[in-house]
Design a protein around this ligand. Structure first.
Ligand code: IVH
Length: 671
């Protein structure tokens, strides 16, 4: 066998193998090999292609991210126009739709429909010629779109090559490109930290990502795709007689089709599906804004035909809006535990996303500036799922003459101390420290909270009362409280007073990491506190460590190190920490763990969903510090899945494979 032949054969094999793994991972959601093995295959492919550039083919899985084109996007004419959908705003309107169809079709039987989620993204057209993806375009105005082939190629669930030997000469696939919610949330968190240019919703984020001139940028955005219909198809390919059969055909060719599909016979089943998916909506990994209901039988579809821009045989049944307009009545500044002043929009109450909203966070002054908001503006509020309401934008044309500029306060609204802004940070802070009632009570609430000192019975309300009555000025005053003092408070009796005294006593027996976390040092969360404790073993060692020594700890960067130093250098804090230790707070001595003793040594974990307390990288760092490996996908070799909120396909997969499922709390409590 000649060398060239051998290289060619290996290339073919590698490409087929990688395509197969991509398909399993991105389309079927059933990865078969660990990420490391996938990476190894990809590296081998890239290396061979680098050594033999003449053997690179455009459908090679290494060729998804291409170079930036010289000019903008070329215009594309859709051979078959890309239509839109009529809307039904409620069940009654859908019943009317069904009645009209029965009249037109002249049938009395129930109509068979296919129900699909209405994905909130962008419609695209993909053209496959002889099995190869040759062109992808946006919908544009329905007749004319833009050529976005290079960007579409970066979407890993879209095959560059169809999975069949008998491929049609031409097959146009239509579907929706969207941004999964987890990707959207991370993108905005990152944007807020970097340049402040956030996206209002996943749809805009998907649109912005697809319209990038540089495919490298699009590739980073991790867009997803579901096919929902065919477009122009050459005659050599026999399409099925129902919509469902056609979707099955697309699936067979390797295209991703949502698994949330349902065949519905008659209106009742359609409306049941609508209810079902509405309840499920917050658990889906992507945003949907309703249900699309399509006549299943293609003959019937053809009989029904089109009206202007929309087919008569399909309708979108929409969910109640997640965005609404209302008035910005004012902006208040709330003071948090670390003194950060958070602007909060006071709104004329508005019903959005299923609840009445009268406040929305504005994050910080930079956000207000970015939005260009003024008091009196008509603003667009968005509340998706359980996410806190956000101000997305304002309506320029509705700005009244009386609109007022939103001033950054020069003094703390609670204690009147001056506020300061640190260079390079978006937040402004009250400089009052413990003089500030707001900071003090928040710090005490944090100290008493479950994950900190876990003082049972010392809830937020009670802290407010104790603070208002001037019974506690410092955290350590908690341990000076007497039973009689507590018992005399409103709604407290002998028994609850005794319980609180007992809980305070019990809390004194803690761990170094919990104590450290309880102090409320900026940026020192549970994981950082644990890492610090495990690294330094004693409080004194932490309190005395210099910046360099602190930065040697997992997860501690220059900023955290600076906050730690500032905290322990502050004489008032030194007094307070000593007072707490003198009050009797203690913890067991920590033994240094050697690598062999790491509790998760040899275990493979996967993380999915939204975590509440840890960032992804913190969670990963923590698992790795405990000896575990963190993989990107579930397989039978996975030992456990850490599942946060809105966990989707990975959770499902783990359940199917019987992989242990653990919560974020479990991870936090590991040591
Ligand atoms: S079918 C002729 N199916 O909704 C039928 N569209 O309002 C046209 N969309 O432009 C589309 N999910 O971007 C169809 N399952 C789904 C869909 C869907 C989302 C979007 C699509 C279309 C818009 C029409």
């Amino acid at each position: 066998m000649s060398e060239k032949f051998a290289i060619d054969a290996r290339l073919k094999q590698l490409r087929a193998e990688i395509d197969e793994h991509n398909y399993r991972y991105y389309v079927l959601d059933e990865p078969q090999i660990p990420d490391a093995e996938y990476d190894r295959l990809m590296r081998e492919l890239q290396q061979i292609e680098q050594e033999h550039p003449e053997l690179i083919s455009p459908d090679s899985p290494s060729q998804r991210v291409g170079a930036k084109p010289d000019s903008g996007f070329a215009e594309v004419i859709h051979q078959l126009p890309m239509l839109s959908l009529d809307n039904a705003m409620n069940g009654d309107e859908f019943m009317d739709f069904d009645r009209r169809l029965k009249e037109r079709l002249d049938v009395s039987d129930t109509i068979e429909y296919v129900c699909e989620p209405k994905l909130d993204g962008l419609a695209v057209s993909l053209i496959y010629e002889n099995g190869q993806l040759t062109r992808a375009a946006t919908r544009g105005d329905g007749n004319k779109g833009e050529d976005i082939t290079l960007n579409i190629r970066t979407i890993k669930s879209i095959p560059l090559k169809l999975r069949s030997d008998q491929t049609p000469q031409t097959l146009e696939v239509r579907g929706e490109v969207f941004m999964p919610l987890s990707v959207f949330e991370n993108l905005n968190i990152q944007a807020r930290e970097e340049d402040g240019k956030t996206f209002a919703n996943p749809r805009n984020a998907a649109a912005g990502s697809l319209r990038q001139l540089d495919p490298q940028v699009t590739a980073k955005r991790q867009l997803a795709f579901y096919a929902y219909s065919t477009g122009l198809v050459s005659e050599d390919f026999k399409l099925g007689g129902t919509h469902l059969a056609r979707l099955e055909q697309l699936k067979k060719l390797g295209l991703p089709v949502t698994s949330e599909l349902q065949l519905a016979t008659g209106t009742e089943q359609v409306l049941n599906y609508f209810e079902q998916i509405q309840t499920k909506r917050n658990q889906l990994a992507f945003e949907i804004d309703g249900v699309v209901c399509k006549v299943n039988n293609i003959d019937q579809q053809e009989q029904l035909g089109f009206v202007s821009r929309a087919p008569r045989w399909a309708i979108a049944i929409k969910f109640p809006a997640q965005e609404e307009m209302t008035k910005l009545l004012g902006v208040d500044f709330q003071v948090g535990r670390t003194g950060a002043l958070t602007p909060v929009a006071r709104l004329e109450p508005v019903f959005v996303g299923g609840v009445t909203v009268s406040n929305a966070t504005l994050h910080n002054m930079d956000e207000i500036e970015r939005l260009g908001l003024m008091v009196g503006d008509t603003v667009i509020i968005r509340r998706a799922g359980d996410v806190i309401p956000q101000v997305v934008s304002f309506v320029k044309s509705k700005r009244p003459e009386s609109a007022k500029v939103i001033q950054q306060p020069s003094h703390c609204p609670v204690c009147n101390s001056e506020v300061e802004k640190t260079e390079g940070e978006a937040v402004i802070r009250c400089t009052g420290g413990f003089i500030c009632d707001a900071q003090r009570t928040q710090a005490i609430k944090h100290f008493a909270s479950r994950k900190a000192m876990d003082i049972d019975g010392l809830g937020d309300k009670l802290v407010d009362i104790l603070s208002e009555l001037d019974l506690i000025h410092h955290i350590s005053d908690l341990y000076k409280l007497e039973k009689e003092q507590i018992a005399s408070l409103e709604r407290m009796g002998e028994k609850s007073a005794q319980n609180l005294i007992d809980a305070l006593e019990k809390s004194k027996n803690t761990t170094l990491s919990k104590f450290l976390y309880s102090l409320g040092i900026r940026e020192v969360g549970e994981v950082t506190a644990k890492n610090l404790a495990q690294h330094f073993l004693t409080l004194d060692a932490i309190a005395q460590a210099d910046i360099e020594a602190l930065e040697a700890v997992d997860d501690v960067g220059p900023i955290v190190a600076k906050h730690l130093r500032q905290f322990f250098d502050n004489p008032a804090n030194q007094v307070e920490v000593k007072a707490l230790i003198d009050a009797g707070i203690h913890w067991p001595t920590i033994e240094k763990k050697s690598d062999d003793e790491l509790p998760l040594k040899g275990k493979t974990f996967v993380i999915t969903g939204t975590l509440n307390n840890l960032t992804r990288s913190q969670a990963k760092a923590k698992l790795e510090a405990l000896g575990a490996k963190v993989a990107g996908s579930i397989s039978k070799n996975t030992d456990a899945l850490i599942a946060g909120e809105k966990a989707g396909s990975k959770l499902k997969k783990a359940q199917e494979l019987g992989v242990k499922i653990l919560s974020e709390d479990y991870l936090i409590n590991l040591s």
